[in-house]
Design a protein around this ligand. Structure first.
Ligand SMILES: C[S@@+](CC[C@H](N)C(=O)[O-])C[C@H]1O[C@@H](n2cnc3c(N)ncnc32)[C@H](O)[C@@H]1O
Length: 298
């Protein structure tokens, strides 16, 4: 796909395919599909109708002599669906409703971007909900392991459903992406992994690519300027993780792994930066503890 990335690291993949069980849209499983499924990792069906790996996240369960910086590598990919659901309050609600919101902003013959797509949960939600003519989804992630598994899951989706939006999964850096005219851009818990000094320029380029009537949907972990609020919501987030079965050791080691690579901003910082990037309006639509999602209008 020449011209899509300024510095492409790998050619774009062929269009891909999900496997999931929405009433009325389930296609009878044929022999070829059963064969494909047999090759895939152990899968489970979630309420949203998406089959994903069900391997439990035990990455930080044993004491580590030195905790390495967190990376979206093969180990994380194997447990990612379990990890993100047990770590991010409201994640399933955000993902499914991101599809619902996107359907309101999608413009005919435009691109819907899923930036930092990981295993394609947002891409799948976009494909479940958006029916606007001529739309296609471009999912981008710079983790080769994530991209490979994402393509498998999307192949499963295509095997099970008809008339889904076409999708392309690109292994590449979103900072090097040449954006096409877009009506929806999803940054679902990705901006916090971009170096802070590069965030404004990225948002500016996203704003330039957005068509009238479109929207950026930005979900992030938040920090809070008020120390008491920051402490309270941080403690409640730890309680959420404990309630989801993480031990004190797992919580402490994960925190130490991620603190150098994930840098959250406050809601005020996000709003100011989005306005500075050229967005006209920023509307928070979801918050659960210290995790929030915003709609930014061009
Ligand atoms: C927390 S995960 C995103 C979760 C995902 N959007 C979802 O809703 O399931 C962050 C993702 O961003 C990707 N990422 C981080 N920096 C990136 C960059 N510069 N370009 C592309 N992808 C990036 C990581 O590889 C990782 O898969």
């Amino acid at each position: 796909m020449p011209g899509l990335l300024r510095n492409p690291t790998q050619p774009a993949a062929a269009a891909t395919r999900t496997l999931f069980l929405l009433p009325g849209r389930f296609i009878r499983q044929g022999a070829h599909l059963r064969a494909n499924l047999a090759k895939m990792p152990a899968l489970s069906n979630t309420a949203a109708g998406t089959a994903v790996s069900k391997e439990p996240d035990r990455l930080f369960a044993q004491p580590l002599a030195q905790v390495p910086d967190f990376a979206f590598n093969e180990d994380v990919v194997r447990v990612f669906p379990d990890m993100i659901k047990r770590s991010v309050p409201g994640y399933p609600t955000i993902v499914e409703n991101l599809g619902v919101l996107a359907a309101q902003f999608a413009q005919p013959d435009s691109v819907l971007y899923d930036l930092g797509s990981s295993l394609g949960a947002v891409t799948q939600a976009l494909r479940r909900h958006v029916r606007t003519e001529g739309c296609r989804v471009i999912a981008v992630d710079n983790s080769a392991a994530m991209v490979e598994r994402c393509r498998e899951y999307l192949n499963g989706q295509d095997s099970m459903f008809q008339e889904l939006l076409p999708v392309e999964v690109i292994e590449g850096d979103i900072l090097a992406l040449e954006f096409k005219p877009a009506s929806v851009v999803a940054l679902n818990f990705t901006l916090q992994f971009i170096a802070p000094e590069q965030r404004l320029a990225l948002l500016g380029r996203i704003r330039q690519s957005l068509l009238p009537g479109g929207a950026l949907i930005l979900s992030e972990k938040l920090r809070f300027a008020d120390a008491q609020e920051h402490q309270l919501l941080g403690d409640l987030h730890i309680a959420f993780k404990r309630a989801n079965g993480y031990s004190e050791l797992e919580i402490a080691q994960k925190r130490s792994a991620i603190e150098n690579v994930m840098k959250p901003d406050s809601l005020e910082e996000h709003t100011e930066r989005l306005l500075a990037a050229g967005f006209s309006k920023v509307v928070p639509w979801f918050q659960c503890l210290n995790f929030a999602s915003l709609i930014a209008l061009p």
